[in-house]
Design a protein around this ligand. Structure first.
Ligand code: ADP
Length: 282
């Protein structure tokens, strides 16, 4: 059913960094050059190989992803940035198994999701992938606690009580657990959504503009929480954002333009992100 992915994705289509100093882009992007020592290979929570996504046909055809090869390491907070329409959401959706590639291969862990049936994919997503979206996607009739455990309930699993307690404490929701979404602020609703993703202990969490509907203080709380999930609990997070302030919480940023990865930044700061965006004309 599945095939173990190659230890190293093939050579990168990424052009060299604009300034001297950083490591070669093929290494920095998590794309090992041919012949690199095997011990240096990170363990990928997810990866896409030579991935393309084409929408529409004829004159209306759009190549949203254009031969992208990239891996997302376990235990890292990666941000995907780029101008509107550059393919950020498409990359996330295809890497997460929410949408199908037109060409290329996608893996979650060792499982090639491009080979799975819809049913197998749904099961794999349920067990291994967490999602946080701009719209909080909470069920209005359930209270916060029920929303957090809903995916586990659906899968017939019981939350580990100690972990549930830790997640609820960390996300600061202990006194809001019996409130319905309509009784919570936007920031609190998104905290419920992040807790819901985290309580499943997924192999990887994908977040698409998770702070897009929040004020700056609530955004900072959510981002700090996702950062803690990575640093303290070894969670893997991949976040799509157009916001340099949000992206600065990540430890790695991939920049997309016209469906390709055109640059990468490790250990970013707001200033280095803005400078890199300037270089890219974003
Ligand atoms: P971003 O997230 O960077 O804004 P997207 O991944 O949403 O970019 O879109 C990349 C390109 O693909 C855009 O040109 C967009 O219009 C197009 N696109 C995205 N989804 C669809 C779709 N369902 N049908 C047709 N075109 C789409």
């Amino acid at each position: 059913m599945t095939e173990t992915p190659p230890p190293f994705p093939p050579a990168s289509p990424i052009p060299p960094f604009p300034s001297p100093g950083p490591p070669p882009a093929t290494q920095a992007a998590g794309l090992q050059p041919v012949g690199a020592p095997a011990v240096a290979a990170p363990v990928w929570a997810a990866q896409v190989l030579d991935a393309s996504k084409v929408y529409g046909t004829g004159e209306a055809q759009v190549r949203a992803l254009d031969h992208v090869t990239v891996g997302f390491e376990h235990g890292r907070f990666t941000a995907i940035m780029g101008p509107s329409g550059s393919g950020k959401s498409t990359l996330m959706q295809c890497a997460a198994g929410l949408d199908r590639l037109t060409e290329g291969r996608a893996f979650i862990g060792d499982t090639e999701i491009t080979r799975l049936s819809e049913k197998q994919l749904t099961l794999l997503r349920r067990e291994q992938v967490g999602f946080v979206f701009q719209q909080f996607n909470l069920l209005p009739t359930l209270d916060a606690r029920e929303n957090i455990t809903f995916p586990l309930d659906l899968a017939g699993r019981t939350p580990d009580p100690a972990w549930m307690e830790q997640v609820v404490q960390t996300v600061g929701l202990a006194d809001r657990l019996h409130h319905k979404p309509s009784e919570l602020s936007g920031g609190q609703q998104q905290r419920v959504a992040v807790a819901r993703a985290l309580v499943e202990r997924p192999a990887i969490i994908f977040a698409d503009e998770p702070t897009g509907n929040l004020d700056s203080q609530s955004s900072a709380e959510i981002l700090r929480f996702m950062q803690r999930a990575v640093l303290d609990y070894g969670q893997t997070v991949v976040m799509v954002t157009h916001d340099p302030i949000a992206a600065a919480y990540a430890s790695r940023i991939l920049f997309l333009a016209d469906g390709r990865i055109v640059d990468e930044l490790l250990d970013p700061t707001r200033e280095s992100i803005l400078a890199r965006m300037g270089n890219l004309g974003a």
